[in-house]
Unconditional design. Sequence first.
Length: 372
Amino acid sequence: MRKPLDPTELSAALENVHRAGIPGLFAEVRDSDEVWRGAAGVADVVTGRPVTADMRHRVGSITKTFTAAAVLQQVESGRIGLDAPIGRYLPKLVPGERGDVITVRMLLDHTSGLAEYLPYAYPSLKALPVVADTGPQSLDDHRLTRFDPAELIEMGVTAPAVGTPGGTPGVYSNTNYLLLGELLEEVTGTTAEQYITRNVIERAGLRDTELPTGPYVDGPHSQLYEAWFGMIDPPRDYSVYDMSWVGPAAALISTVSDLNRFFGMLLAGEIVGPSSLAQMRRTVPVISQEGRTIDYGLGLHPMQGPGQDIYWGHGGMVWGGGALAMTRADGKRQMAVAVNLQRWHRLDSSGKPQPHPIDDALAALYRVAMSD
């Protein structure tokens, strides 16, 4: 027999993450019609202003699920071929042989072999993924930089390839999703942001979700604190930031309630059709930005919950902020969590991130949230 959500247990687990070192976090857990929302800690370490569960938040790469859904809508309409070469649509952005062999699907599931543009756009991050040899200076340099997506894409396309198109494991790269944004603009005649807003965000009835055009988060929100592996001490606030550096790959602002609503509707076949949803859940091995191999579909990835339950969703990180949204395969149990600190791990003498109590506290929160 299913046990009801335990507000005391959930609140305690949330508070433990705060005590482990996250300034503030908030979450929503749903089980069918039952809903729990909670918050712990502060939205501003200077004033002590508390976080609340309804705050708007930069949710990073969760944006990719929205962009993937928009692309698959266009696949359903016949304007985009899922296995068509990207060069058919964007020959100037992906020229030559690679444009002929890299397909739309390969962009969606990160098997294109295209490199990440970020270390080229942010010179102090040039050593990524070897974080010990990076520095956070570029984060400040580009607070208000308005990037041209075509220039960022060119950085990724002209960089040395990280794999063979269609080969596995794939390598996670924001270049893929900037290209998908340009693809949406090419076939719809409107910007990716406008198309996603009208056909994904508004279609799902999300009232507190947007792809921002400026550097500010409108409405109640938390400051966002970036530690960059202990190199920024104390962590610095990056809540005011121009998000053109990631656009349709990771710029979304949302709430934990809106994220649960979106993933619930997506997995119920209400954003894309059943055949598109089945394609989104076809996974391949992909090397994440943290260097782990994960199973990744088309803008979705699975995570195993307690027992044998499979959850589908996405996580996301920006400078100072992060979120995770997961929905059980049957759609009944959901969890969305947002945190206002990133890269809290310090590095050991070999340059590897050390374990941190926050990791265990978050894992415990996820277990409580997903256990029924």
